[in-house]
Design a protein around this ligand. Structure first.
Ligand code: RIB
Length: 311
């Protein structure tokens, strides 16, 4: 089983020629709503590629008692995710305000709402004992994520932690605490450099150097996603593995990182080594960029296999 402990959002998306600078207003023709939230996106990505296999995917999250919350829960259910551990709270459902420019790049502001009401207790021990992989991100309270991580460690569950968005934590000891319980850390280039900065390592804008420092000092395998350059894993013994990304013309990169994490979690739960699991995750992330919205382009298992066989 794959358990995702994380955020659930409704994404309100405006396409713009170029993303507004501070103090500036830009116009967009319309706004569209899509299902999102890093946790929910990762759950959908994992569930779609787990289809037809023995692996179940469960989402532990919190939504508001409002139409967005109901719609998000229904969407997860329809994608084959177990939603019995999604709690309805008095806070409004999380909402992300996203602008996407002509190149498919985005800027995101998240109004957390119910996501900040998620607690470690929302994850029942019975679910943890059935899990082989637990996935965390950074859009729910860090203290509760840490507690869940410690419980996962005691239960012998592999922990994949996606440090996105960049943690607001500024003390080395706090980052060390998070990394000490993490088996596989997934970050993008920017996040890798931000962590290196907090832990006091001079990575000189080199994300591979940052990944190597994180891995060597704190023990997790560090995977750095690098957009069109694919992804790099650095293991604690210093070995480096590279998975390539095929060239695409992106429509919308929102959720590409989440697709990577969800499909990676599926691969690890199915017993793949990090290299092959990353290859699949990179291919799925590329496919996800070809459709607007975080989840719409995430491939089903057969589509992903077909795509990989063609390569
Ligand atoms: O990673 C993309 C996601 O970040 C969006 O779906 C948005 O909800 C924010 O959480």
């Amino acid at each position: 089983m794959i358990v995702i402990f994380g955020s659930i959002n409704m994404d309100l998306v405006a396409r713009v020629q170029r993303i507004a600078r501070p103090g500036e207003t830009v116009l967009s023709r319309r706004a569209d709503s899509f299902f999102g939230g890093k946790g929910a996106n990762q759950a959908v990505a994992a569930a779609r590629v787990s289809q037809g296999g023995p692996l179940r995917v469960a989402m532990v999250g919190a939504v508001g008692n409002d139409p967005f919350g109901e719609a998000c829960r229904k969407n997860l259910d329809e994608n084959g995710v177990d939603v019995s551990t999604i709690r309805v709270t008095d806070e409004p459902t999380g909402c992300a305000f996203i602008t996407v420019d002509e190149t498919g790049e985005n800027a995101i502001t998240v109004a957390s709402g119910a996501n900040m009401a998620l607690r470690s207790d929302d994850l029942p021990e019975s679910l943890l004992s059935k899990a082989s992989v637990l996935v965390l991100q950074m859009e729910v309270p860090i203290a509760d994520s840490l507690e869940v991580a410690a419980r996962a460690r005691r239960a012998g569950v592999k922990l994949v932690w996606n440090f996105a968005p960049v943690p607001a934590v500024k003390e080395r000891s706090a980052i060390a605490e998070l990394l000490a319980v993490t088996d596989v850390l997934v970050v993008n280039e920017h996040e890798a450099l931000a962590i290196a900065d907090v832990i006091g390592e001079r990575a000189d804008d080199d994300f591979l150097c940052a990944g190597a420092d994180i891995s060597r000092l704190f023990g997790p395998t560090c995977i750095v996603t690098a957009g069109s350059r694919g992804a790099y894993a650095i293991t604690p013994d210093g070995a480096q593995i590279h998975a390539t990304a095929r060239p695409i013309r992106p429509v919308d990169t929102t959720g590409a990182g989440d697709t990577f994490v969800g499909v990676l979690a599926n691969g690890l739960a199915e017993g793949l080594e990090v290299g092959p699991a990353m290859e699949r995750a990179c291919a799925a992330a590329s496919l996800s960029c070809l459709t607007a919205g975080a989840q719409a382009g995430m491939p089903q298992r057969r589509a992903l296999e077909h795509h990989l066989a063609q390569a």
